[in-house]
Design a protein around this ligand. Structure first.
Ligand code: UDP
Length: 498
């Protein structure tokens, strides 16, 4: 792979600035924050990432490589409060929770991070200039206030999401319980149903979770200096502008941050679960090399795997029906035993032998999506995956499952227009999977794939190029990163004056 030239000798040196990153412990939040931290450190700002030992082992080596290339970046570990929150030892991230019933305990753990974070803040040197924290770790608001540093939030999504939530919050009591409605004040006509909305507007059974969400939203509103977004202006221009206008926040779009992994090793190792049975990346690439351009279907429903076994079976049958080569990331979570039994009893892997490649460990997704053989990405519309598909220049087949994923489907289908929907109709509340029936049939899966297969030549490639340009010197995200740094620089200088 091409060696990264991370250090640009013409950029100013900001080593008196010290940015603190506090990511949420879930791959969809931690991975982009680590990428963002790397990008910032390449701009000669000192960066510290604070997390817990079982999270940092997954990205220590990429940080070590950044240090070798000249970045001032470090990881500091605090203990994950397992005992105090009732989360089993050995589990320090959402994707490793033995059951989603423990989600509210996870929020308790996040609150219990308050004291350890405060203690570590006291030892930081130079004094933090600002803290970029996942919005879910809301105790950081108090800490930032106490140490008088600006708290910038990150929530893993895009401006479409931020604007949609903003508008729905004001509209909340008018959201109909049944049927479609138009989200007010959006730049495009966006129709959604209540059952497709994230938990804040469409609460699940878990009351505790609902109240945590509400609290996070309140703290968010009161105590943040601005928001960094893993998106780029050209992708959702109207939404960026409109969100800036209505929220009054400082908004910095600095993505797609996954593009910082231009080193082959960084792509291979990104997020890799050290203890899981990872398929060899070499085998995956060798297999992909054996197929023509734009011919392979890549299927991955994210790091949390919340689709039901019944639903997964339909996905499998749909893939079989395309008669095309595919990679299916099928690492079990909910209903793991059942799906494995089905694979075995139906001899499914044999039926698709040669053209079906199964990944049952952690998939090197960014590596896979950058391979020219991939022709379509069937995704659950987690925002990172969506962006990674856009960067890979492939059309998407959208299969939203939970959280704000139905919003992201709208971004794909209506705003960017680089994909088609498989026809999912409602979110699966985490921990309530058993209530969810199969709505997407194998025919839907097959037909949606056929609609976009092989189209990844024109528009999709243009968006991929646009994304790369945004991150290069002179691009919009590069410029926004500069603006962020200079804003904080100014803030620090003003503080010294008074
Ligand atoms: N990911 C990966 N391998 C996997 C599953 C996920 O590399 O087997 C990465 C993926 O590239 C993305 C992140 O994990 O960066 C998942 O984030 P996303 O927002 O797409 O969905 P979530 O997992 O949060 O639902």
């Amino acid at each position: 792979g091409k060696k990264t030239n991370t250090m640009d000798t013409t950029t100013k040196c900001y080593h008196n600035l010290h940015f603190i990153f506090i990511p949420l412990m879930a791959p969809g939040h931690l991975l982009p924050m680590v990428d963002m931290a790397k990008l910032l450190a390449r701009r000669k700002v000192k960066v510290t990432i604070i997390t817990t030992p079982l999270n940092s082992i997954h990205f220590q080596s990429t940080i070590n490589r950044e240090i070798l290339l000249g970045s001032q970046i470090q990881i500091l570990n605090i203990k994950f409060p397992n005992q105090e929150s009732g989360i089993p030892e050995g589990c320090e991230s959402v994707d490793t929770l033995p059951s989603m019933d423990l989600m509210s305990n996870f929020y308790i753990a996040l609150c219990k991070l308050h004291q350890p974070l405060e203690n570590i803040f006291q030892t930081l040197s130079p004094i933090p200039s600002c803290v970029i924290s996942d919005k879910h770790i809301s105790c950081v608001a108090d800490i930032a206030q106490k140490f008088d540093v600006p708290r910038i939030i990150f929530d893993g999504t895009n401006c479409f999401h931020l604007l949609c939530n903003h508008n729905l919050h004001n509209f909340n009591k008018n959201i109909p319980n049944e049927g479609k409605f138009v989200v007010p004040n959006m730049p495009d006509i966006i129709e959604l149903q209540k059952c497709q909305l994230p938990g804040l507007f469409n609460p699940g059974r878990n009351k505790k979770l609902n109240s945590f969400r509400e609290r996070i939203r309140e703290i968010d509103e009161k105590c943040s200096y601005g928001v960094v977004v893993n998106s780029f202006e050209e992708l959702e221009e109207n939404y960026v502008k409109e969100y800036q206008r209505v929220s009054g926040y400082k908004v910095w779009c600095v993505g797609p941050v996954s593009l910082c992994n231009n080193d082959e090793l960084d792509k291979v190792e990104r997020g890799k679960r050290i203890n899981s049975n990872n398929e060899s990346e070499y085998e995956i690439v060798k297999w992909l090399d054996s197929w023509p351009s734009n011919s392979v279907i890549y299927v991955c429903l994210g790091s949390l795997n919340r689709a039901t076994p019944q639903q997964l079976k339909e996905v499998g049958l749909g893939l079989e029906a395309t008669k095309r080569p595919f990679i299916w990331v099928l690492r079990g979570a909910y209903g793991k035993d059942e799906i494995e039994k089905w694979l075995y009893e139906e001899r499914f892997e044999e039926r698709v032998k040669g053209r079906g490649f199964f990944i049952k460990g952690w998939a090197p997704q960014v590596l896979i999506l950058s391979h020219k053989a991939i022709g379509v990405f069937l995704t659950h519309c987690g925002w990172n995956s969506t962006l990674e598909g856009i960067c890979g220049g492939v059309p998407l087949v959208t299969f939203p499952l939970f959280a704000e994923q139905f919003y992201n489907e709208k971004v794909v289908v209506q705003v960017v227009k680089n994909g088609v929907s498989v026809g999912a109709e409602s979110v699966v509340h985490l921990g309530e999977e058993e209530n969810y029936c199969v709505v997407v049939k194998k025919e839907n899966v097959r037909d949606a794939i056929e609609k976009v297969m092989g189209e990844g030549e024109e528009k999709e490639k243009i968006y991929g190029d646009m994304a790369r340009k945004a991150l290069e010197e002179g691009g919009s995200s590069y410029r926004n990163m500069t603006l962020l740094i200079e804003d904080i620089m100014q803030h620090v200088e003003n503080k010294v004056k008074v």
